[in-house]
Design a protein. Sequence first.
Length: 119
Amino acid sequence: MKHNPTPSGRTRSASPSGRTTTRILWELSQAPAGFSERQRRCEPMSFSVLSTRLDELTGAHPLPPHTDGYHLTQLGRDLVEALSPLAAWSRRWARETGTITAGGTRGDSAASADANDVK
């Protein structure tokens, strides 16, 4: 596995992970956009976190090098598709527990949940 040095000199995995990365992937699966639009859609993510995560995603290949905005590569689209069962489960969990989701809505009010939700 490829490792990239951090400013402190430590190495980190080149594979993207984490909640903010998942949010960016989901947002990009909805529609491509430039950095400013991406930041608006990913509120309250800071400029530096968004910039770092987009660089990590570009390095790991779910995003191509950006020239006119960010969009998913086929690898990125495949990753979003692979994560869809987890997304369905999380919507079901939010509905059943009445938990507020990352999008700011209550799970118990998700009457328009996908037909693909895990039963």
